[in-house]
Design a protein around this ligand. Structure first.
Ligand code: ADP
Ligand code: 5GP
Length: 190
């Protein structure tokens, strides 16, 4: 297996289940490590610097943009930047591991252009916007305004579903976990 340029990207709307699915793969398949993004959003309760995100002020984020330190970045929600630092992927690759990324659909599209068939790009589909709203409410990490922002963006994100290598229907989590484990095992054999 040649891991040099491999990477796995999960994209899709907030609340679809991307991080739940990615974390299970990381726990169970030793080749992977989560790529920690930089963001200007504030940490949620329980989130940790360097584990969930690198939390930056807007001027710090913009300085890194100017310095060409991002592989990709997007203003996913108005006024909130999210981006993948080149140094983060290097950190993971230097350990001999394959990065797993959790990105919005635009960031994922840009990386797909850059990586082509070296990467595996998976769109996680929640089924419907109603299901998404229910999951976001149950997750309990967002206030009403933040949930509304995420739901407003979700229909835009769902339009991108077929632009990636694989659509993972995350209806029943255990089933989706099994399905993606198989897809990833095949990808690793490439
Ligand atoms: P994302 O990373 O895409 O924003 P999360 O992984 O945080 O989404 O999942 C959103 C919420 O939905 C979490 O509380 C998670 O436990 C829950 N969840 C994920 N997949 C399912 C599923 N198939 N059925 C029910 N709940 C799910
Ligand atoms: P959240 O605020 O819920 O953690 O993330 C919001 C959205 O930002 C999610 O759709 C997530 O996939 C996306 N996101 C997280 N990190 C990055 C990143 O580095 N780049 C891009 N383009 N999107 C990201």
């Amino acid at each position: 297996m040649n891991i040099d340029n491999k990477l796995v990207v999960f994209c899709g709307p907030s609340g679809a289940g991307k991080s739940t699915i990615a974390q299970k793969i990381i726990r169970e398949i030793p080749y992977f490590e989560f790529s920690v993004s930089a963001t200007t959003r504030k940490p949620r309760n329980g989130e940790q610097e360097g584990v969930h995100y690198y939390y930056l002020e807007i001027d710090e984020f913009e300085a890194k943009i100017a310095n060409n330190e991002f592989l990709e970045y997007e203003q996913v929600y108005e006024g909130l930047y999210y981006g993948t630092l080149k140094a983060e992927l290097e950190r993971i690759r230097n350990k001999g591991k394959i990065p797993i990324l959790d990105l919005d659909v635009k960031g994922a599209s840009h990386l797909k252009e850059a990586y082509g068939s070296d990467g595996l790009f998976v769109f996680v589909h929640p089924g419907s916007i109603d299901i998404l709203a229910e999951r976001l409410k149950k997750r309990g990490t967002e206030d009403d305004r933040s949930i509304e922002k995420r739901i407003r963006r979700a229909s835009f994100e769902l339009e991108y579903a077929n632009k990636f290598d694989y659509v993972l229907h995350n209806d029943i989590l255990e089933r989706a976990d099994k399905e993606i484990a198989e897809v990833i095992t095949n990808y690793l054999k490439k």
